[in-house]
Design a protein around this ligand. Structure first.
Ligand SMILES: CC(C)(COP(=O)(O)OP(=O)(O)OC[C@H]1O[C@@H](n2cnc3c(N)ncnc32)[C@H](O)[C@@H]1OP(=O)(O)O)[C@@H](O)C(=O)NCCC(=O)NCCS
Length: 195
């Protein structure tokens, strides 16, 4: 269990994060930090049209975007902002990504995000990775709630959330500006009491 942040006037101070050791895994699947050598895998994944449509990655996506993002990860850990795992199998290159972003306004809450490369989809990778990361966040980081939002049209992502044990809470109307338009999103959550 991580030390709980101290609270001053209702605002909790960030606590540095670190990747679990041994790494999270199940069967062949292992969640490890993103590394310098993963640049090409990140670029290929983030250039997929569904990733551009359904996530907040820059569009168009450049090698410089990937480099900046990978370089930023140690600083995100140190600042307690969140952490992102590469989804790998059998020691191979990343096939996907799953992350937890700590809510700066309430550090007991994290937002989960995930993506899987097109040629690795439909094998349960996102479901397993989300299940592992969210439960680790609740049990080991001591989070109270992990939540995620997904587009109404993103049936695969909604299925992933449900299969990973998240509960659908409802539709958040006009929740986020995506592609220049206010967009409705579906909110899912997993809370400590669900475990
Ligand atoms: C969403 C995404 C991460 C799923 O990754 P994945 O590894 O293929 O997911 P899984 O294999 O664990 O599970 C996918 C589930 O969705 C189902 N599914 C896939 N496409 C579907 C569709 N069009 N309609 C309904 N269900 C669908 C699959 O059958 C599977 O369910 P099942 O296990 O009951 O058979 C992947 O499609 C992706 O990266 N999309 C683009 C980025 C994105 O949307 N990220 C999430 C943002 S909230």
């Amino acid at each position: 269990m991580y030390p709980r942040p101290c609270t001053i006037a209702g605002v909790s101070a960030p606590v540095p994060l670190s990747h679990p050791e041994p790494p999270l895994g199940e069967g062949e699947i292992e969640l490890r930090p993103w590394e310098d050598g993963d640049l090409d895998a990140m670029v290929a994944m983030c250039r997929d049209p569904d990733v551009a449509r359904f996530t907040r990655v820059p569009d168009p996506y450049s090698e410089a975007d990937a480099r900046a993002w990978i370089d930023a990860q140690p600083g995100r850990l140190e600042a307690g902002e969140g952490l992102t795992f590469a989804i790998t199998a059998g020691g191979g290159p990343p096939m996907g990504s799953v992350g937890l972003r700590i809510d700066p306004g309430d550090r007991d809450i994290a937002e989960a995000g995930y993506m899987v490369a097109p040629d690795a989809r439909g094998r349960g990778l996102a479901t397993t990775a989300l299940r592992l990361a969210s439960r680790w966040g609740l049990r080991d980081l001591g989070l109270a709630r992990v939540h995620l939002t997904t587009h109404l049209e993103n049936a695969a992502s909604q299925r992933v959330a449900e299969r990973a044990g998240f509960r659908r809470e409802g539709v958040l109307r006009s929740w986020e500006e995506i592609g220049g338009e206010r967009t409705d999103l579906v909110m899912y959550s997993l809370v400590a009491a669900d475990l």
